[in-house]
Every structure is written in structure tokens, then in C-alpha cells.
Design a protein around this ligand. Structure first.
Ligand code: ATP
Ligand code: MG
Length: 352
């Protein structure tokens, strides 16, 4: 059993920083869980408490059914990969991977088997004799991962392991990591501030803000049914359009348009949430439309983003890249009202 559970876990650093605030989170055996949120929201602290590198102020953490609050790090059967992977510069790739096992007194034959298996999996075989300085960033990152794999831990903790890589390599390594996760049958907890990494890698995503867990759900659910405005705005690029509205029954009125909601949300003031792709260049039969005054056009090849205003509100739309639009144009857009979100102005919670 290598499930992990945080039960009402709080971390207060000296100086009274509340880094993690009453976190309850269950990570299932062999699950790939991503912790995501902006810098300083407590992601690393949450991982470091699980690894035993930080004390827990309140609450408890379990690995399987064992409470590990007071268990020394080396007994936790966890391996951690950090952003700064600090390989030993004077040691070969092989020795870098073998070092931790040697320190633990693992038999030599066993070390050899484990390092060679990990090297095979990570395609590091031909590089085993090299020193870290003779490797590319991506190769070094794989060695760091290899160092964790040879430990054969039940739980892998990865703290922004890809942030030192360039964009292309990040994508490759992201895919590599997903393959590894499947092959290793281990539990992965992966920390990132990058919502694309979270969406693409996680079986489930846990979104954090200021030490407080906002929502835990599979990527589709997080994207399609965000629990509050924070999650809605954090996940998705370009970000969801937020438009202040007054609501009467089922009718939502913005400064420049109004539309019928699928049902009455039971609030009078709210913020309408429209994903850029829920605005379509062809008005949808039976659905509302709005007139976008286009200010900026971005063509990305596969996508075209229109940035502009409707009444007093800024709006971004994702449209067919073949549609010819220029700044200054007015474009009639349809709104797919099945994909609308509405957030209560007072609580910022989703009410639709
Ligand atoms: N050793 C420490 N002593 C005091 N405060 C700390 C310590 N480590 C972190 N903090 C504070 O705790 C909060 C959470 O930090 P943490 O490193 O967990 O954030 P993070 O989500 O990992 O951010 P990042 O994305 O920048 O790595 C921050 O306000 C940070 O300044
Ligand atoms: Mg961090």
C-alpha cells in the first residue's frame, strides 16, 4: 500500500507564516497527483512534510495506514526529485545513480541491477561513464530521476523537476515521466506552478492558494467545473473571461449584452465565466450572441485569439484560425450557453 493521506495538516513556520492551512488530501495508490498553484502557495512545504524534511505543526500524514509524523525520512520509502537536481559533479552518471544505494549498504550486485534497469528505462545506458558536465539539461534531469528510481520507492515526490528545461525538452520529459509513472506502478506526487503540466500529467489535480486547498479533481472536471473563480482563472490559457452581471431569474445582464442562463442561479449579482472557446464565430441557433470590438488578433497557427471589448468588458475569444479578422473589426460571436459559468459575487463560488 502506498496511498498517502494528509489529515488536517497545518504548517506554520517561525515568524508566523501559515504555509499550509488545514490540508486534507487523499492520494490513491499508484495515482499521479499534481499539486498546482502560484509561487508561495505552500506546494513545496506540503511535499517536504511528507518527505520528513519539515516538521508538521498540526494534523497527521499517513503513508499507507502508517502515521509518519515522527518517522525519520529514510524510513519513509519515498524518493524526492527537486528542481535543482544537484548531481555530484565529480562522479559518473553510474556513480551518481548508485551513490544513495551504496550509502545504505545495498549489495553490489543489487546496485548494478537497479542502476542498469533504470538506465535502460531512461535511455541513459550509453551515458553511464560520463560526468554531469558532459550532459545536456534533459539528460541531467533524467539522471536525477534515475537516482530516485533506483531506490525503488513506493512514492515519488517531484518538486518542479522540469522548470530548468527549455520548452521543447519540457514537453518531451513530461511525456517521458508519464510513461515512467505507468511502468513503475508507484504513487507520484508532482508539484508545479504550470497549469499545462498539471492538466496534461495529473490523474487528479489539487489546486492550492495561500496554503489552502481549493479543489481536487481530474483535469476535465477542474477545467469544466471549477469550484470557484480562483480555480477557473488559474486553469486554462487564455484565461476564462470574467464579466460582472446582474441576474434576474434566468437572465444575466452585462454592460454590453444579456443572455439566458440554463437555469436560475439564485443570486442577484455574479460574475459570468466564459471560456474563450465557448465563444464561437458562428452564432449558435437558439443561443445568445455578442458583438466583439476587436483590438488585438493573435494567430498561433492552430488557433486564433481575438482580444477586444463588449460594452465595458474585456473579452477574449478563441476562433477558427482561417477567419479573417483585423483590429478594429466588429465580430458577431455566438455564446455556447451550455458552457457558461456563474460565480456568486460575495463568495466567488460557482453557482451554475
Ligand atoms: N523555511 C522557511 N521558513 C519560513 N517561511 C518559509 C520557509 N519555507 C517557505 N516559507 C514560506 O512558506 C510559504 C510557502 O512556501 P513554499 O515554498 O511551500 O511555496 P511553493 O508553493 O513551493 O512556492 P514556489 O512555487 O515558489 O516554489 C511562503 O510564504 C514561503 O515564504
Ligand atoms: Mg516550491
Amino acid at each position: 500500500m502506498a496511498s498517502v493521506s494528509y489529515e488536517n495538516v497545518t504548517k506554520r513556520y517561525s515568524g508566523d507564516t501559515l504555509a499550509v492551512d488545514n490540508l486534507s488530501l487523499e492520494v490513491k495508490d499508484t495515482e499521479f497527483m499534481v499539486l498546482v498553484g502560484p509561487s508561495g502557495c505552500g506546494k513545496s512545504t506540503a511535499l517536504r512534510m511528507l518527505a520528513g524534511l519539515e516538521d508538521i505543526t498540526e494534523g497527521q500524514i499517513k503513508i499507507g495506514d502508517k502515521v509518519v509524523n515522527d518517522m525519520p525520512p529514510r524510513d519513509r520509502d519515498i524518493a524526492m526529485v527537486f528542481q535543482s537536481y544537484a548531481l555530484y559533479p565529480h562522479m559518473s552518471v553510474y556513480d551518481n545513480m548508485a551513490f544513495g544505494l551504496k550509502m545504505r549498504g545495498t549489495p553490489r550486485a543489487d546496485i548494478e541491477r537497479r542502476v542498469n534497469t533504470a538506465a535502460d528505462v531512461l535511455e541513459l545506458g550509453p551515458l553511464l561513464k560520463r560526468k554531469p558536465r558532459q550532459l545536456s539539461g534533459g539528460q541531467r534531469q533524467r539522471v536525477a530521476l534515475g537516482r530516485a528510481i533506483v531506490r525503488e520507492p513506493q512514492v515519488f515526490l517531484l518538486d518542479e523537476p522540469l522548470s530548468n528545461l527549455d520548452a521543447k525538452l519540457r514537453v518531451q520529459t513530461r511525456i517521458e515521466l508519464q510513461k515512467q509513472h505507468r511502468a513503475l506502478h508507484a504513487t507520484f506526487i508532482y508539484v508545479t506552478h504550470d497549469q499545462v503540466e498539471a492538466m496534461t500529467m495529473g490523474d487528479r489535480i489539487a489546486v492550492m492558494r495561500d496554503g489552502v486547498l481549493q479543489q481536487v479533481a481530474p483535469p476535465r472536471e477542474i477545467y469544466g467545473n471549477p469550484a470557484n473563480m480562483y480555480v477557473a482563472g488559474f486553469i486554462g490559457s487564455p484565461t476564462m473571461n470574467f464579466i460582472p452581471v446582474t441576474v434576474q431569474g434566468k437572465t444575466a445582464k452585462a454592460s454590453g449584452f444579456e443572455l439566458e442562463l440554463p437555469h436560475a442561479p439564485g443570486v442577484e449579482k455574479g460574475t459570468l465565466g466564459i471560456r474563450p472557446e465557448a465563444l464561437t464565430e458562428a452564432p449558435v441557433a437558439g443561443h445568445a450572441g455578442l458583438d466583439l470590438k476587436v483590438e488585438v488578433v493573435e494567430i498561433l497557427g492552430s488557433d486564433q485569439f481575438l482580444y477586444g471589448t463588449v460594452g465595458g468588458d474585456s473579452i477574449t475569444a478563441r476562433v477558427d484560425p482561417h477567419l479573417k479578422v483585423q483590429p478594429g473589426d466588429r465580430v458577431r460571436l455566438g455564446v455556447d450557453t451550455r458552457r457558461l459559468h456563474l460565480f456568486d459575487s460575495a463568495t466567488e463560488k460557482a453557482v451554475l
